[in-house]
Design a protein around this ligand. Structure first.
Ligand code: 2HG
Ligand code: ZN
Length: 412
């Protein structure tokens, strides 16, 4: 039996013909790409999931996206919308020969409102936004209103956020930009335990240090501790901010919550952040990484890592936990030298059952993509999933947008 994560069979979408290519080239000359060397970067994602698309389209305007989608819908051609291609669940690359519709060139600032601090841009990324345009049939839905409050009917833009390009293609976004802070301080602290006071902190555990040291030659700037947290302050008065942070550190160390710590300003800030931001990269050098992106009530956030470690014994090379504790978001990563089906069978469904038992979510921020689509029922009621299916059918009746992703196979 194939694993539930395996791709379903190719659905009977049309194949791209020379006439189709001629149509695309007419709308976006020079940006209709069939050169396999250029296509490769779009056919392989960050985790080396591979696909076989032969066409990459790089529109620059909403109008171009609209024309392309209208055409693909009428021709029954499947489309895989792609942003930065940094997905971790196989959601950003095609599964078979879907046309890749890249938003990489849609990076123009359209306008900046200095009073509200809002930037409006064409979209470089698919799912960070407060506004959405374009439906599968090419109609353009404008949700770009920049009002903070707007309760006139359903909030349609929210439907598109996190939908992984299965409902529409986001072609423009408005983002709120706070003023650039005059003073930034970053603290890297070693803790003996994690508690509920970690409301806005990033964290990594002791096991993350090994791959950071061995593979990326990043040294631990403080003494060895079970947990490390990174905190950042952004303010307007450097002396005041620094004083406050040092005072906090002193108090934390006196109360034994923090074992050791270091604080950086300016040049050293990047180095401290690397210890958190480059964990994912460091782990890839171990061989193969099994990734879980779990939301849990914050008091349980680390228990899954401890239980998984005990459950797997020495079968995994590393079982590490890191993430956004303030959001209750744990990144549980398990590595082994190569892909190992027996190890996978020990991890899943254990990890999903554990998460469901504590009312957690099996995808906090990475979405479901191809890899996790069939596990949706661990975190969502059947009725909720059925309604998602209805919404998909309403917005994309032919199912041409990012097929095989997000929704489980019974609703594809
Ligand atoms: C992060 O927070 C990213 O570093 C990646 O969301 C997490 O690779 C991961 O599991
Ligand atoms: Zn994350």
């Amino acid at each position: 039996t194939p694993s539930p994560a395996a791709a379903p069979e190719r659905r009977p979408f049309s194949r791209v013909t020379p006439e189709d290519l001629a149509f695309f080239s007419k709308i976006i000359p020079d940006r209709t790409i069939t050169d396999p060397d250029i296509l490769e970067a779009s056919n392989v994602d960050w985790l080396k999931s591979v696909s076989f698309s032969e066409v990459l389209l790089r529109p620059q305007t909403t109008e171009e996206v609209s024309q392309i989608l209208g055409y693909c819908n009428s021709r029954n051609l499947a489309v895989s919308p792609q942003g930065g291609n940094t997905g971790l669940v196989g959601g950003s690359v095609p599964v078979y020969d879907e046309i890749i519709l890249s938003t990489a060139l849609m990076n123009n600032v359209l306008n900046f409102d200095s009073v509200s601090g809002q930037y409006r841009l064409t979209a470089p990324i698919l799912c960070v936004c407060i506004c959405v345009k374009v439906l599968a049939d090419g109609r353009v839905l404008d949700c770009l209103a920049t009002l903070r409050k707007d309760n006139t009917g359903y909030d349609l833009k929210q439907l598109f956020i996190g939908s992984e390009g299965t409902l529409g293609v986001i072609t423009a976004v408005t983002i709120l930009c706070p003023r650039k802070p005059k003073a930034i301080n970053v603290g890297f602290l070693g803790r003996c335990m994690l508690g509920e006071i970690l409301s806005a902190f990033e964290f990594l555990d002791r096991e993350c240090m090994r791959p950071l040291n061995t593979h990326l030659k990043l040294a631990n700037p403080i003494t060895d501790c079970p947990f490390y947290v990174v905190i950042e302050t952004s303010g307007s008065n450097p002396t005041h901010d620094e004083e406050k942070l040092h005072q906090f550190l002193e108090e934390a160390m006196t109360s034994s919550q923090v074992i050791d710590g270091t604080v950086a300003t300016e040049a050293k800030i990047k180095a401290l952040w690397s210890l958190r931001e480059r964990v994912t990269e460091a782990l890839t050098h171990d061989g193969f990484t099994y990734k879980y992106d779990i939301s849990l009530p914050v008091e349980r956030i680390y228990q899954l890592v401890t239980d998984m470690r005990e459950h797997l014994g020495d079968r995994a090379k590393s079982v590490v936990g890191y993430g956004h504790v303030g959001d209750g978001n744990l990144h549980l990563n398990i590595t082994s030298p190569t892909k190992d089906p027996d190890l996978l069978a020990s991890i899943e469904p254990f990890v999903y059952e554990w998460t469901a038992r504590f009312q957690g979510s099996i995808s906090a921020e990475h979405c479901l993509g191809l890899k996790k689509r069939n596990y949706i029922y661990y975190s969502k009621a059947s009725l909720a999933v059925a309604l998602m299916g209805n919404i998909k059918t309403m917005l994309d009746p032919k199912g041409i947008l990012n097929p095989y992703k997000t929704l489980p196979d019974d609703l594809q």
